[in-house]
Design a protein around this ligand. Structure first.
Ligand SMILES: Cc1ncc(COP(=O)(O)O)c(C=O)c1O
Length: 388
């Protein structure tokens, strides 16, 4: 056997497979377990979107598109961002269609970050920002958010983590895993810190369509922030299109054109068939979003009430499709809790520690699953909680 270790780059060795993946594989081993681990819609992509993709194949649209994406899709994205969030981006030079928000996160960070640069990442949060920063040679600096603050990023806490090497702030709201949403006023406070320390912001707004009883505020729309913000969004969550791998970046031309170079050498372009689906989604998908949002909202309310009935301290998530209750009172670590509830209660949840240190003491439950599943999971969880 070759010693592959000596061939593998240090930066790859420095990152780990997400522990969420580890839990996914464990769930498969427990027969009959109900999974509340899933970070994707349980709905199938709306059929008119699927049909548009099929039609594109029948029409022979099987070629590369422009690196930045099919121009019609970029126009639709530009219209959408304007219609929904009053943002203005030029389709010809300020929008790049990507392979999901995942690839957008990677290329944006690699375009901006050099060795020594620090990236400020609120925690708990989605697992990709830290590893992408490390792969770019930068240093992730995790900024804690707390239950007492409803998991929003606080300006005074952020300031404590800023150093002369800080370059970029990731702003992942609505948040995975906490479900936290930031209001316009809260974002304004962050904006003044961003300005004061001359930072750039990557706003990962992939859950922007999934807010409940509160309107999403786009960070780029806060006064003075458009020029400092790279907005990332995509189709996975809002249109139930995870498997299509379609997302986008919107940024001022001076940044977008640099990001485009990295994107070009990375993937050339997003899959053409997915881009045709994306055009249809943006043009005619508003009603689908509203219908799915209403279903998530019912489940959200049910799950929140149930968790509280179990005696778990859970703040009300106003975005995405996750609840993030504290399990501290059980005396178990979040990993022990997740393992035990899986083996003993046959319900799979993700330990909060998978999302960073401040996630310890919490678990993430996804309500992107049928009401039937959710009811059975709650019944089992209640039973399990009684055994503790
Ligand atoms: C906050 C956040 N950003 C980005 C992504 C990646 O989404 P995509 O499917 O568009 O790559 C996810 C997926 O779970 C997410 O939760």
């Amino acid at each position: 056997m070759l010693d592959y270790g000596k061939f593998v780059a240090k930066r790859a060795k420095d990152i780990e497979i997400s522990t969420i993946r580890y839990f996914f594989s464990m769930v498969k081993e427990v027969e009959g377990a109900i999974s509340l681990c899933i970070g994707e819609p349980d709905f199938v992509t709306p059929s008119h979107i699927n049909q548009a993709a099929v039609q594109s194949l029948d029409d022979g649209r099987t070629f590369y598109t422009a690196n930045a994406g099919h121009f019609r899709l970029r126009q639709e994205i530009s219209n959408y961002l304007n219609r929904r969030y009053q943002l203005e981006y030029k389709p010809e030079s300020e929008i790049i269609v990507t392979v999901g928000a995942s690839q957008a996160i990677d290329v944006v960070i690699r375009t901006l970050i050099e060795p020594g640069d620090e990236v400020l990442i609120p925690q708990p949060s989605f697992v990709a920002y830290g590893p992408c920063t490390i792969l770019a040679g930068g240093t992730p600096v995790y900024v804690p958010t707390y239950l007492e603050d409803n998991f929003v990023l606080k300006a005074d806490i952020l300031e404590k983590y800023i150093s002369p090497r800080s370059k970029l702030l990731i702003l992942p709201y609505p948040n995975n895993p906490t479900g936290a949403v930031m209001t316009e006023n809260e974002l304004k406070e962050i904006a003044s810190v961003v300005k004061k320390y001359d930072l750039l912001v990557v706003a990962d707004e992939i859950y922007s369509e999934l807010t409940y009883g509160i309107e999403h505020t786009a960070f780029a729309g806060i006064e003075g922030m458009w020029e400092r913000t790279v907005t990332i969004n995509g189709f996975s969550k809002s249109y139930a299109m995870t498997g299509w791998r379609l997302g986008y970046v919107a940024a001022p031309e001076g940044l977008a054109q640099e990001i485009l170079k990295v994107h070009q050498y990375n993937v050339a372009c997003a899959a053409t068939i997915s881009q045709y689906a994306g055009i249809e989604a943006m043009k005619n998908g508003d009603e689908d979003i509203a219908a799915m949002r209403a279903r998530y909202d019912e489940r959200r309310k049910y799950l929140l009430t149930s968790l509280r009935e179990m005696g778990l301290n859970c703040f009300e998530p106003r975005g995405a499709f996750y609840a993030f209750p504290s399990i501290k009172e059980t005396g178990l670590s979040s990993e022990e809790f997740a393992k035990r509830i899986l083996w003993e209660g046959k319900v799979a949840v993700v330990p909060g520690s998978a999302f960073g240190e401040t996630g310890e003491g919490f678990v993430r439950l996804s309500y992107a699953t049928s009401m039937e599943n959710l009811e059975e999971a709650v019944r089992r969880m209640k039973g399990f909680m009684k055994t503790l």
